[in-house]
Design a protein around this ligand. Structure first.
Ligand code: ADP
Ligand code: ASP
Ligand code: MG
Length: 406
């Protein structure tokens, strides 16, 4: 008998029929004699619907209240699942993040899990209950509800699997595994049988939302193998595991895109020591993460500084920079939301040169202008105009020989 953690995403629990479908799947694994902990997302579209309502009231809703609001989505899906399983004659019990003792810090809307006690989960399992835990949410030391950032149910699942020392952690979603590019925009994308934690981490941080970044970080740290697979088929999906000698020996293993960033430029900034700090420190103090930064020198001891932030923080960041610009005597602050970042990822890049030039050549051949570039040991990213995203992903996928045959 094994302890199995299964997570189902929003599309998988999108309506009552799908909830029933998931319940039957869970029940089958339970009937084989396994202990089952099920982590659920909100029904598809629900988190967005709740966030939109808050946004209609104000552009800057209080983050504690946002968490109280959006966490209701998961409360609905877990209770409906428990009701369904009980109606089918199974012992089942739903749990919110706090009840499951998922303790986080107090950074509302982007909280980090600090500890999971799971004592009630363990008690319920001992009594052969199917335990259904609300993903995406936890509780801080004050007892306030927190959420883990978009896509956070993946992290809930891996963290619960680690805390319970589960023998399997399965992430069920609306695609049948991890592909070389988002299969919804690149029809030639290929499904991978296995991918290393490091590559998946890069792909997730560069926009492949099939797994939340922190779930991959957690999985590597606590040695939890993840199986990403489809809710709608029985086929094996993709295993996320430590890098090993059997992995495909390719330079580039995937292409990702991210439309969730926006860029801000301060132009004609007087160039003097400390200026980058003056521009970027207030952004960090507001808890906004900066991704790429570039600085161009102009004539006359002037400089332009451009950086990217998550689109959801764009309005707040722009407000901050308008004040900064006035303080430091910059001429103008410009914002652009219509950008996207496309990246190529692969651990094989460590030992290969020429990847960047191949990437730039592929973009040039399609007439796509590159606005910003950044690189790491195992990836290269370019910011481009958003309207070219799909074209760029497909072009890069072909250029690096990733296209499926036929
Ligand atoms: P869930 O609601 O199950 O958590 P998500 O929408 O968060 O599902 O993640 C699944 C989606 O991730 C897929 O529908 C797909 O469009 C997207 N995706 C992006 N990149 C990839 C990739 N490389 N492989 C598979 N799916 C990807
Ligand atoms: N419901 C949350 C979201 O839409 C968490 C998740 O689905 O993982 O981001
Ligand atoms: Mg998700």
């Amino acid at each position: 008998m094994a302890l199995i953690v299964q997570k189902f995403g929003g599309t998988s629990v999108g309506d009552l029929d799908r909830i029933r479908n998931v319940a039957e799947r869970v029940a089958r694994t339970y009937d084989e004699g396994n202990d089952m902990v099920v982590i659920l997302s909100a029904m598809s579209g629900e988190t967005d619907r709740l966030l939109d309502m808050a946004a209609k009231i104000t552009k800057t809703p209080d983050s504690r209240e946002v968490d109280a609001l959006v966490s209701t989505g998961e409360q609905v899906s877990v209770s409906l699942m428990a009701i369904t399983l009980r109606a089918m004659g199974y012992k089942a019990c739903s749990m919110l993040g706090g009840q499951a003792e998922i303790f986080t810090d107090s950074s509302h809307t982007r909280a980090r899990i600090l500890d999971i006690k799971a004592s009630r989960i363990k008690e319920l399992l001992e009594d052969r209950n199917i335990v259904i835990v609300a993903g995406f949410q936890g509780v801080d030391e004050k007892g306030d509800i927190t959420t883990l950032g978009r896509g956070g149910s993946d992290t809930s699942a891996v963290a619960v699997a680690a805390a319970l020392r589960a023998s399997r952690c399965e992430i069920f979603t609306d695609v049948d595994g991890i592909y070389t590019a988002d299969p919804n925009i690149c029809s030639k994308a290929r499904k991978l049988d296995r991918i290393s934690y490091d590559e998946m981490f890069e792909m997730a941080s560069l926009g492949a939302k099939v797994l939340q970044i922190r779930s991959v970080e957690f999985a590597k740290k606590y040695d939890v193998p993840i199986h990403v697979r489809s809710s709608f088929s029985e086929e094996d999906g993709t295993m996320v595991v430590y890098e090993d000698a059997n992995m495909e020996k390719v330079v580039v293993s995937g292409v990702t895109h991210n439309k969730n960033e926006a860029r801000i430029t301060l132009s004609k900034v007087p160039d003097r020591p400390g200026i980058a700090m003056q521009i970027l420190a207030p952004i960090a103090e507001a808890g906004i993460g900066v991704d790429m930064i570039i600085q161009n020198t102009r004539a006359g001891n002037m400089t332009d500084l451009t950086f990217t932030v998550p689109k959801s923080d764009f309005d707040a960041a722009l407000e901050i920079e308008k004040e900064v610009a006035a303080d430091i005597g910059a001429e103008d602050v410009l914002g652009d939301k219509n950008i996207a970042k496309v990246s190529v990822v692969g651990v094989g890049m460590r030992s290969h040169s020429g990847v960047a030039s191949k990437m730039f050549a592929a973009m040039a051949a399609e007439g796509i202008n590159i606005l910003m570039i950044s690189t790491s040991e195992i990836r290269i990213s370019c910011v481009i105009e958003e309207k070219y995203t799909e074209l760029a992903v497909r072009a890069l996928h072909s250029a690096f020989g990733l296209d499926a045959e036929g």
